[in-house]
Design a protein around this ligand. Structure first.
Ligand code: NAP
Length: 293
């Protein structure tokens, strides 16, 4: 018998690092999968102050034996710098939201937002009816990078990015090599909707506690699909307006659930991605209700 347990013999530990972190839904969703699959792992939220990421990450991996963690605001750039190795999506997007300690001890930074955004739309029955000619994205922040990458992968002919700070949209398109992309200001947003197949809100507008998203959809074709990265509230004013006029609409909670799945598989060693289904959605929504109540 050896003194040290092998990796497969120890209870796997993982979690999420952010500041603030008390309202994170990640422990609820990973906890649900662990219980459902009968796995002996633990997933915890840890509050890590801005500027303290490196020390916290080192201690969790080396002293507490964590197999990795999710990274949320404000540590995504620090996590990218901390990781000596990156997966292709993290390299492409220049951001890390999932850290995985591999079997050989390498600390790898991964990005699963692209997978989460893609899987959320591709699992919706309306997706197969959506054209690929034009997409309009509102926003050019961190999350919008994953959206532009997905639009490129889906082969959209034209990508219009609407942003308050138009220079940020130009930089985002240039960094991702989106030669078919155009950056415009909000005054041009309504005109940009003409002929669009897909409209995405990647700004924080419309989120609880933020300013409303004030955009009329009257020039958007009825066949277009509308989706929102904001998931609090679940039914944003943008999605409500879309449904009211007959457009298909997909909320942002599915992206959150799907982006969590690859990290879970890596840390807890499941042969396939854990399932994202209605029962998981309902569980996470019930937990959110409790946290905000
Ligand atoms: P971020 O990097 O801070 O970017 C925020 C974006 O919102 C920028 O484009 C910013 O424009 C715009 N914005 C903010 N306030 C504005 C205002 N008053 N007027 C006009 N534009 C404004 O944030 P992020 O990480 O990209 O996240 C964006 C949203 O997506 C958040 O609500 C977040 O919760 C959500 N999200 C959801 C998921 C999911 O899994 N569903 C994943 C990631 C993010 P400027 O560039 O001009 O500042």
């Amino acid at each position: 018998m050896t003194a040290r347990a092998t990796r497969s013999q120890t209870e796997a530990r993982a979690g999420v690092l952010g500041w603030p972190i008390s309202h994170s839904l990640s422990p609820a969703l990973h906890g649900y999968w662990l219980e459902r699959l009968g796995l002996p792992g633990r997933y915890e939220a840890r509050a890590v102050e801005p500027g303290r990421f490196d020390g916290a990450a080192r201690s969790l991996i080396q002293d507490e034996g964590w197999r990795g963690f999710n990274v949320t605001i404000p540590h995504k750039e620090a996590a990218f710098r901390y990781c000596p190795d990156h997966d292709p999506d993290a390299r492409r997007l220049g951001a890390v939201n999932t850290v995985v300690v591999t079997e050989d001890g390498t600390v790898q930074g991964r990005n699963t937002d692209l997978h989460g955004f893609r899987a959320n739309l591709e699992s919706d029955p309306e997706w197969r009816h959506v054209g690929r000619a034009r997409a309009v994205l509102l926003g050019a922040g961190g999350a919008s990078r994953a959206v532009v990458a997905a639009l490129q992968d889906w082969g959209f002919g034209e990508i219009t990015v609407v942003n308050r700070t138009v220079g940020k949209a130009e930089t985002l398109l240039a960094e991702l090599g989106a030669v078919n992309g155009t950056a415009v200001t909000w005054t041009e947003a309504e005109a940009a909707l003409v002929g669009a197949d897909l409209l995405i809100n990647g700004t924080s507008l419309g989120m609880i506690g933020q300013q409303p998203l004030d955009l009329s959809l009257r020039s958007l074709p009825r066949a277009a699909l509308v989706t929102d990265l904001v998931y609090a509230p679940l039914e944003t004013a943008l999605l409500a307006q879309a449904r009211q006029r007959g457009n298909a609409a997909v909320d942002g909670l599915g992206m959150l659930l799907h982006q969590a799945a690859p990290g879970f598989q890596a840390w807890f060693g499941t042969p396939t991605l854990p399932r994202v289904d209605e029962a998981l959605r309902n569980h996470v929504l019930a937990v959110r209700e409790r946290l905000s109540g």
